[in-house]
Write a protein that binds this ligand. Structure first.
Ligand SMILES: Nc1ncnc2c1ncn2[C@@H]1O[C@H](COP(=O)(O)OP(=O)(O)O)[C@@H](O)[C@H]1O
Ligand SMILES: [Mg+2]
Length: 363
């Protein structure tokens, strides 16, 4: 190798080691940048999964059901949606064209709203639904209270107006009865007098139960009243082959007027017996629900249509040939005076259940 060639080679080596020196230093810079980036990505991932967790926590603590669907299946459902068990009806909503609606199934009454997702999530829909069973029940109760208050007032006013002339009729009829009458005439007068007395009895009933009255409240076990009435009605239930089951899950006291409460229970049980007619079961359950003692009277009788159910507390509403239609009106007024309330579940052919809520304490 000539001297000039050796020089060239040396230069080349020097250049090479300079270049590799700078490559190494670039590599070190790159490596530390990559490390930094990796750290940032990890941090971002952490933030992302915390944000996701945060979002899910919010979604799962919502009192409404949230479900995300595509055309085929459910992609996400929050805890509330799972509790409400939407599978059955989400399928129906998924295919429909409506965006809002209401739905009733055996579990309750729901209001729902459906919206297409945007922002790159096209093809997916979010369905939000809430359970409005309690709200609907309360709405129905408020409407019923308002209607019955007006009806009660009117019934009381009319009854009051009828009472005076009726009193005179009774007086004159008694005078006639004591006068010199032929046997036939006396019979006629007896019939009229009987009718007048019946009207008077009905009117007294209306007046005594629709006027705000003072209750003789006493601390008493609800089961006592129920047991007394069951004893009292035992024979007529046996003769109709009706079985009675009493489940007492509340042994505490409750403030109520025992005589009026007996009248309430008697009405429920005689209605249940009439609905069963012959051979059936009446179940009475007493338990606690929040600040109320709850008495449930269920029967295996004929049940009632929605139309009948909505009217049963109206004065003079009856579906029976010999019914008067005042029993449940009186019951309603007594429970109302106790600051309680009544709910009814029934279906034709499937029996009826009356839920009577009475506050445990009177403040
Ligand atoms: N347990 C029951 N099962 C089915 N229907 C009932 C029951 N209780 C009440 N009803 C309905 O409510 C109506 C009103 O009852 P109520 O006020 O006691 O009057 P009445 O017994 O004189 O008809 C009844 O005629 C009946 O249609
Ligand atoms: Mg009745």
């Amino acid at each position: 190798m000539s001297a000039s060639q050796t020089k060239l080679l040396e230069n080349a080596f020097q250049e090479f080691s300079k270049a590799s020196g700078s490559i190494i230093s670039y590599y070190n810079v790159l490596e530390s940048q990559i490390k930094q980036l990796r750290k940032e990505i990890e941090e971002k991932n952490g933030e992302l999964s915390r944000a996701k967790e945060y979002l899910y926590t919010i979604l799962n603590s919502l009192p409404v059901g949230v479900v995300v669907v595509d055309k085929e299946s459910i992609l996400f459902s929050n805890t509330r949606a799972e509790q409400l068990g939407p599978e059955g009806f989400i399928g129906n909503l998924n295919n429909g064209t409506h965006c809002v609606g209401e739905l009733k199934n055996s579990k309750g009454h729901y209001r729902w709203r459906k919206e297409e997702l945007t922002n790159g999530f096209e093809g997916k829909e979010v369905i939000v639904f809430e359970d409005i069973t309690e709200i609907e029940k309360m709405k129905e109760r408020l409407e019923r209270d308002e209607r019955l208050r007006a009806m009660g007032e009117m019934a009381a006013r009319i009854s009051h107006e009828i009472k005076n002339p009726l009193g005179s009729m009774e007086l004159f009829l008694s005078m006639l009865q004591n006068g010199r009458l032929k046997k036939r005439e006396k019979q006629y007068v007896d019939h009229v007098l009987f009718g007048v007395k019946t009207i008077d009895r009905i009117i007294n009933n209306i007046l005594s139960y629709t006027r705000p009255k003072t209750l003789a409240l006493k601390p008493e076990k609800p089961s006592r009243v129920v047991e007394d009435i069951l004893d009292f009605m035992n024979i007529s239930m046996k003769s109709r082959e009706i079985e009675v089951h009493l489940f007492n899950l509340y042994d505490g006291l409750c403030y109520f007027d025992p005589d009026l409460m007996k009248l309430v229970m008697m009405n429920f049980i005689s209605n249940a017996m009439e609905a069963i007619n012959k051979g059936g079961v009446i179940t009475i359950e007493i338990k606690e629900k929040e600040q109320y003692a709850l008495i449930i009277v269920r029967d295996s009788g004929a049940g009632m249509s929605e139309e009948v159910r909505k009217n049963i507390f109206n004065p003079f509403f009856t579906t029976k040939d010999k019914g008067v239609g005042l029993g449940l009106f009186i019951v309603y007024n007594i429970i109302q005076a106790h600051h309680g309330y009544i709910e009814v579940e029934s279906a034709e052919g499937a029996g009826s259940s009356f839920f009577v809520y009475i506050p445990k304490d009177r403040t």
